[in-house]
Design a protein around this ligand. Structure first.
Ligand code: F6P
Length: 531
């Protein structure tokens, strides 16, 4: 295809040279000592999000080469092609238009379809949220992957905005341990089941939907039309399932980009029509920033360039996300799908093997919990793992003392990663819990922190529908940019197919016990499971 791949640019070679000369041994502490203006130069504003990139192993010189890379890879024209609706998901022949779902009427492709579904959905939402009239107290979203992770992340994040008389449940796994405890908490007359599936064929979702339908009937439920609703592109399959109320969307909405579509129904039920519109508006503000800000101030572009710098030059294999907000506890899981399903690819747009690495592993837990689990490794382990802190200035609860402690912890971790502690420093400090059997120098070496470990801090003023919308859109566009630099298709997911097909073959064998034609390991395990 006619789009330059990162490794075929002059900037890539220049970055190689720059990495050897200055990147490999770059020291954050020295960089701050050299440049008192570093924080100002390397922190950026985007709608609802302030980003401090100054604790990363970059400076104006590396940024200069990275921005050249973005220009040579024609990031701006590729971005414009996405917004315009060109079929950039070329292996499926589809446009990629999740941005159209949050654009004001008339400002993006498919505007009238998008707004007519949105209006119908939000009108419906308000009738259900009138719990006196509807009788609905429990919403059960049955969906998986993109039909689950977005809503499951957003609803708790916006807990302060959630209808106080409704409880939200998310069932995704084809494991009775997921749906069984939910069914124990609900009554048919008070429950609305949302069957959320782009394709309406996904094994897990269809199996759970059947369980819900059977449970509903056998527990005295009478009105399927009122208590089951579908959100899908496959309206026909939803009707065949027996569902009368369906909110549709389109094949140009990727599953992991679908929370803005009718897949967001559970979100809208939780926070109401106005707040759902605010979520969309926040995302649209970030879309405009991405579409219009110069590359050197364009936050999704800058974050993606740092990602590529770390992955392909420093060789870092993962990135840890640490949201210092309990409401964002599902953000790492959401980002895993967004980034790893999008950019976990090994061939370029022409199907040629890539000679460089793509998606890092994305993982994490909310702070401060992660500090008491795996931060040990981040501080003193043998791998360098860039960390992304997400801090929220104002809480929506009244426990200000807790919030100050939370923020101090987030700042301290980023500081500790960067500053570290020398053996000399450690040797001067008291270590009351250290063994008396060991000499002071050995203890000091165990208590040394190498430091120079990079982090990014994203700062929101408050976690609101608008700011969360902006934050999610920021991540979406960052993934787009790194995928575009790597020259891959970020919008297909062929890698999930093989396991699905093999599962289809294995399922009847679990009943028949037939192991013919299976590899030795699978045959052995199947025998143990069936005899
Ligand atoms: O298996 C991967 C996947 O196709 C995801 O991309 C998608 O979000 C998920 O399955 C669920 O698909 P559906 O919404 O069609 O049920």
């Amino acid at each position: 295809m006619n789009t330059p791949r990162c490794d075929q640019t002059e900037a890539w070679n220049a970055l190689r040279g720059h990495y050897e000369a200055h990147g490999r041994d770059f020291d954050l502490r020295e960089a701050f000592a050299r440049d008192p203006g570093r924080f100002g130069a390397l922190s950026f504003e985007a709608p609802n999000v302030f980003a401090d990139l100054s604790k990363n192993r970059i400076d104006t010189a590396s940024l200069h080469f990275l921005l050249d890379l973005a220009s040579e890879c024609q990031i701006e024209s590729r971005r414009d092609a996405m917004f315009k609706g060109d079929p950039i998901n070329h292996t499926e022949g589809r446009p990629v238009l999740h941005t159209a779902l949050r654009a004001p009427r008339g400002q993006a492709p498919f505007s009238s379809e998008v707004h007519s579904v949105l209006e119908a959905m939000l009108a419906y939402v308000e009738t259900v949220r009138d719990t006196q009239a509807s009788g609905i107290r429990h919403i059960v979203n049955i969906g998986i992957g993109g039909s689950d992770l977005g809503p499951q992340m957003v609803v708790p994040a916006l807990d302060a905005f959630v209808h106080p008389g409704m409880t939200f449940h998310f069932v995704s796994n084809v494991d009775g341990h997921d749906i069984a405890p939910v069914l124990r908490q609900i009554k048919p007359a008070e429950t609305l089941f949302i069957i959320a599936s782009k394709t309406f064929t996904t094994q897990e979702t269809m199996a759970n939907a059947q369980v819900a339908k059977a449970w509903f009937a056998s527990n005295g439920g009478t009105d399927i039309a009122k208590h089951f609703v579908a959100t899908t592109t496959n309206v026909k399959a939803a009707a065949e399932f027996g569902i009368q109320t369906t909110f549709g969307f389109w094949d140009w909405v990727g599953g992991r980009y679908s929370l803005w579509s009718s897949i967001g129904l559970s979100i809208a039920l939780a926070i109401g029509a106005d707040n759902f519109r605010a979520l969309l508006a926040g995302a649209h503000d970030m879309d405009r920033h991405f579409a219009g800000a110069p590359l050197a101030k364009n936050l999704p572009v800058l974050l993606a360039l740092v990602d590529v710098w770390y992955r392909n030059f420093h060789g870092f294999t993962s990135r840890s996300v640490a949201p210092y907000h309990q409401g964002l506890k599902r953000l790492p899981a959401y980002l895993q799908q967004l980034e790893m399903e999008s950019n976990g690819k090994r061939v370029d747009l022409d199907g040629k093997d890539l000679p460089y690495a793509t998606s890092p592993v994305v993982w994490g837990e909310p702070g401060t919990n992660g500090q008491h689990a795996y931060f040990q490794m981040l501080h003193q382990g043998t791998d360098v793992i860039p960390v992304e802190f997400v801090l929220v200035r104002h809480p929506t609860h009244a426990f200000t003392d807790l919030h100050s402690k939370l923020l101090a912890n987030g700042l301290a971790q980023a500081q500790a990663l960067m500053l570290g502690k020398t053996t000399e420093q450690a040797a001067t400090e008291k270590a009351p819990t250290a063994s008396r059997e060991l000499d002071a120098q050995t203890i000091a070496r165990h208590r040394t922190f190498p430091g120079n470990r990079p982090s990014t801090t994203l700062l929101l003023d408050q976690l609101t529908p608008a700011s969360l919308g902006s934050l999610i859109a920021l991540y979406e566009h960052r993934v787009f940019v790194s995928g575009a630099l790597w020259g891959i298709n970020s919008f297909d997911q062929w890698g999930v197919e093989l396991g699905k097909a093999l599962c289809h073959d294995l399922l009847p064998r679990l009943t028949s016990g037939d192991v013919e034609g299976l590899d030795g390991s699978t045959a052995g395990l199947l025998r143990r499971l069936t005899t």
